[in-house]
Ligand binder design. Structure first.
Ligand code: PSV
Ligand code: MN
Length: 431
């Protein structure tokens, strides 16, 4: 049986119903923006070129440390995960790429995986390694660490896995590997901080030496969890130190959920961008810790301020500035496809709003210490409803005016529930 795919005609019918009101809203916004010196078509076209990768592990229902409540019609293998990523891109038109996680996404036949992605018009973003869990049949355990483990043999095994991820990624056309390790300690005195960091640098250099010349290695820091007392790559400073030591192909990856509460993440972004060490992002949102909630759902203003720094770096550095943008979320109580559609939309929204900031006015206000005018300039952009720009960018590329409404109209989930009867096993997500 051929897998059900959302057809162009479902999207076209949906768009036909939305066309008149979208045109009116777009024209009205265009007029308001032109009074502020902003050309709406140019913002729409810039937003249309933006890409944020979908995490393969995000299309299945996630879980917490306590439980996982499986959804219906969940993908059962990497091919079905790609099918869901295709549905997301067909409707949302902001996620042309998929970020794979090994060994979760290891396919027997890489050629088949590659051609499946090609047929769907998808490409592969950074690959992610996993040395934070033990896998079936694995010789040595990561219970006390992986790249930083005291035992050289465990470190070698973890390095080998990362090198294998690079090989798999090469086959698939990826150009980067993201390395996150959960290594650290749970109690004071458990680990020597200096020795653990030195071991990390030694292992990471071995991975770095395996990078093809056109690849990047992204180092992802995280404050805590699963290590609850001290984590080896705990913050952006440590990540920057390590990336600098490794060399120009190593850069830092900022996952929005990996900081202490109230951390000024936009400032970290500015610093790393200035140092030319900002490699990529994992977008999500959080209230407390690494909650992995939908992007823009809790702190949309922070997301906008992050994009303000990104646009500012883009203007300063031009084409040379090209971080890899990815979502990294866990969907526990929503349909993962709907969460990912909405998240792509919110990331695009933050970008569009940052693009319409009057930067000349902002800079003049900053120079003159006109605090209120500087703030008003930034918030004027934030308070503008850019929804018509996002919808027009999507429709221009064949996507849906309202992706979630179109997803529901398409009957995709109902079809997948029939096509993919659950076999009761846990296929994706983290518990
Ligand atoms: C760790 O919390 C992390 O953010 C890393 O990116 C992992 O690869 C991912 O989550 C696993 O869900
Ligand atoms: Mn992450």
């Amino acid at each position: 049986m051929d897998a059900f795919r959302i057809s162009d005609s479902v999207i076209a019918d949906h768009n036909a119903r939305a066309a008149a009101s979208l045109k009116r809203d777009y024209d009205n916004l265009g007029e308001a923006l032109s009074r502020r010196g902003v050309k709406i078509d140019s913002i729409r076209d810039t937003v249309a070129r933006f890409n944020v990768a979908v995490p393969s592990w995000g299309v299945g229902t996630g879980g917490t440390r306590f439980a996982r409540f499986a959804g219906v019609g969940e993908p059962r293998n990497v091919y079905e995960k790609l099918d869901d990523c295709d549905a997301i891109h067909r409707l949302g038109r902001i996620s042309r790429t998929v970020s794979l996680h090994f060994p979760w996404d290891k396919a027997e036949d890489l050629g088949r995986l590659k051609s499946h992605a090609r047929e769907l018009g998808l490409a592969f973003d950074a690959v992610n390694s996993n040395t934070f869990q033990d896998q079936a049949g694995q010789t040595l355990s990561y219970k006390f660490g992986s790249l930083t483990h005291q035992d050289r043999e465990v470190r070698k095994q973890a390095v080998r896995h990362n090198l294998e991820c690079i090989e798999l990624g090469k086959e698939l056309g990826s150009k980067a590997i993201t390395v996150w390790v959960g290594d650290g300690s749970n109690f004071p005195g458990q680990q020597d901080f200096t020795e653990a960091f030195e071991r990390y640098l030694e292992s990471a250099s071995e991975i770095y030496r395996g990078l093809p010349s056109d690849w990047m290695m992204f180092l992802e820091h995280k404050l805590f969890e699963p290590a609850f007392y001290a984590t080896v790559i705990n913050d952006w400073g440590t990540s920057y130190l390590a990336a600098s030591r490794l060399g120009p192909q190593a850069k830092c990856l900022v996952d929005l959920g990996h900081h202490a509460p109230n951390t000024n993440i936009e400032m970290i972004v500015a610093r790393l961008a200035w140092a030319k060490k900002l490699g990529g992002f994992h977008f999500n949102d959080s209230m407390y810790g690494d909650d992995d909630l939908d992007s823009g759902s809790i702190k949309p203003f922070q997301l906008f301020l992050i994009f303000n720094e990104l646009v500012s770096a883009e203007r300063r550095q031009g084409a040379e500035f090209k971080p890899a943008y990815m979502l990294d979320q866990s969907h526990n109580v929503t349909d993962p496809i709907e969460s990912l559609l909405l998240s792509g939309q919110e990331v695009g929204r933050a970008y569009a709003k940052a693009l319409i900031i009057d930067r000349a006015k902002l800079s003049a206000a900053q120079q003159a210490n006109d605090v209120i005018e500087a703030r008003r300039t930034v918030t004027a952009a934030y308070q503008t409803d850019v929804s018509p720009i996002l919808a027009a960018a999507r429709v221009q590329q064949g996507g849906a005016a309202d992706p979630i409404a179109a997803f529901r109209e398409s009957g995709y989930r109902e079809r997948k529930t029939k096509e993919r009867p659950s076999d009761g096993s846990r296929r994706s997500g983290i518990v």
